[in-house]
Design a protein around this ligand. Structure first.
Ligand SMILES: *Cc1c(COP(=O)(O)O)cnc(C)c1O
Length: 475
């Protein structure tokens, strides 16, 4: 399998070439040059694989179609090491539970940080360690986080040979639970840096360091952001696992509703559908930051400025632009790279929006690719959390609630609707209490984590300070 860029660079790359990279050199995102098709016989076999051999083996089957530069025995071992009941809490890894009518919740949030990013990041940690060892190299991951991404990265990379993590976060701005989760890690290769500033200050520091190409090369600076193809690929697997749990036969179809921010999660659903998974609709659920809902309703993609980016009670979806969206638009435009470049490379940079409403391909987003969308607000979120709790005794987190609200609006007779549960309610306890008056349950391993000793360095919002810090640690 070869990988190409959405902006036209066709120099053939293989999986491990792009594993440790972010954007393609032309500024585009990597995609496989085609989506392998899963025929009926394979789909039937995978159903048995998942039910009898488990999620890790299913992951191996899916990944093998896209990765041909890691020997099969090694890839199988990496999957087996990643997707264990010990790390993800159950043998199913992504168990399905019934909510109401034909709506089901697929739990993606039982990993180490209680959010769906673990599903991909845990695999990424093992892939990085494997590939770096094979090359005899090391990597310093530098990131900025306001919560979920940073902790998922740290829990994935902790103790991994050849990898250090330098994670900046705005001092005092994460929830006490999130701070405890990250700062209680005592691993030598994890550095938490609390920056005196806001999230944008952290991100500016990271960008400034990455733009210093000499420094970047000398200190082998990398990232683990959501545009990494390996992360997306890992997420494709749970669309298959959800389907196999919700159906008996491969003649049945299901729909998915996905709480979306950067379009990474649902883009994996698009890939699964392109491979032939029988998916009727892929429904994008946004919060008040409705860049994506606006696009699917109108054909206009308009990125927001920071003044128009709302701070909401489903904060992991508070985005101003959807960084993975370019992948879908590339497919929608019939893989026309120059046109994709003219929209994402030129129009967005120049005027901050582009308009596909009159483009003949736009209607195919719904007709050919199965997309629909909807939006949820703070009031909807509270009402949905309260209702799920009072009528069904099920507590759901704020992001999942956004998706349940939108799923209810799109339910069709006879088609199971799978809502992806992307976090556990304990991570957003304040809003859950606001909605239900009740404190959410805390998994046993997180009882009293706020009281654990913390390992965190304070730093001014100063690029030179972080460079010096990194250089000292790498001496
Ligand atoms: C990151 C995240 C999302 C959004 O996922 P995208 O891939 O960015 O669309 C939704 N919910 C939670 C809890 C998250 O952490």
């Amino acid at each position: 399998m070869k990988y190409i860029s959405t902006r036209g660079d066709k120099s053939p790359k293989r999986f491990c070439d792009i594993l440790l990279e972010g954007l393609a050199p032309d500024g585009g995102l990597y995609l496989p040059e085609h989506y392998p098709k899963v025929d009926d016989a394979t789909l039937a076999r995978w159903r048995t694989v998942y039910h009898q051999q488990g999620y890790a083996e299913l992951a191996f089957e899916v990944l093998s179609l896209y990765i041909d530069d890691i020997p099969a025995t090694d890839l199988r071992a990496l999957c087996a090491k990643t997707y264990t009941a010990e790390v993800f809490g159950t043998g199913e890894i992504v168990p399905l539970r019934h909510l109401e009518n034909n709506i089901w919740l697929e739990a993606l949030s039982n990993g180490p940080t209680l959010a769906f990013k673990d599903m991909a990041m845990q695999l990424l940690g093992n892939l990085f360690e494997y590939e770096l060892a094979r090359r005899g190299e090391s990597l310093n991951i530098l990131g900025a986080t306001s919560g979920d991404t940073g902790s998922a990265a740290e829990y994935a990379m902790r103790g991994k040979k050849g990898v250090r993590v330098f994670m900046t976060s705005p001092a005092g701005r994460m929830s006490p639970f999130q701070q405890a989760q990250m700062f209680s890690l005592m691993d030598d290769n994890i550095y938490n840096i609390a920056v005196d500033g806001v999230f944008d200050d952290c991100q500016d520091m990271v960008k400034a360091v990455s733009n210093d190409l000499d420094f970047k090369r000398k200190y082998k600076i990398g990232t683990v952001n959501s545009i990494n193809w390996a992360r997306l690929l890992a997420q494709v697997v749970y669309y298959f696992a959800g389907y196999f749990q919700a159906t008996q036969h491969n003649t049945e179809k299901v729909s998915f509703t996905v709480p979306s921010g950067n379009f990474g999660n649902i883009c994996a659903g698009h890939v699964a559908r392109m491979m032939g998974l029988p998916v009727a609709r892929l429904i994008v659920a946004t919060n008040e930051n409705d860049v994506l809902d606006e696009f699917f309703k109108t054909g206009v993609y308009r990125v927001r400025g920071s003044a128009d980016t709302h701070e909401t009670s489903s904060p992991s979806m508070d985005i101003s632009k959807a960084s993975n969206f370019e992948r879908f638009v590339f497919d929608l435009l019939g893989r026309d790279a120059p046109l994709t470049k003219s929209y994402f490379g030129d129009a967005l940079a120049r005027v901050g929006h582009f308009d596909l409403s009159t483009h003949p391909m736009f209607s195919q987003a719904s007709t050919k690719y199965g997309f629909s969308s909807g939006k949820s607000t703070h009031a909807d979120r509270l009402a949905t959390i309260k209702d799920s709790w009072e009528r069904h005794g099920m507590m759901i987190d704020t992001h999942t609630a956004d998706a349940v609200k939108v799923a209810r609006e799109h339910l069709r007779d006879g088609v199971p609707m799978i809502v992806l549960e992307t976090a556990l309610p304990i991570k957003f306890a304040a809003t859950i209490v606001e909605a239900t008056g009740k404190e959410p349950d805390r998994p046993a391993k997180f009882v009293d984590i706020e009281a654990l000793p913390k390992r965190v360095i304070s730093m001014a919002a100063d690029t030179q300070a972080i460079k010096t810090f990194i250089a000292d640690r790498c001496a």
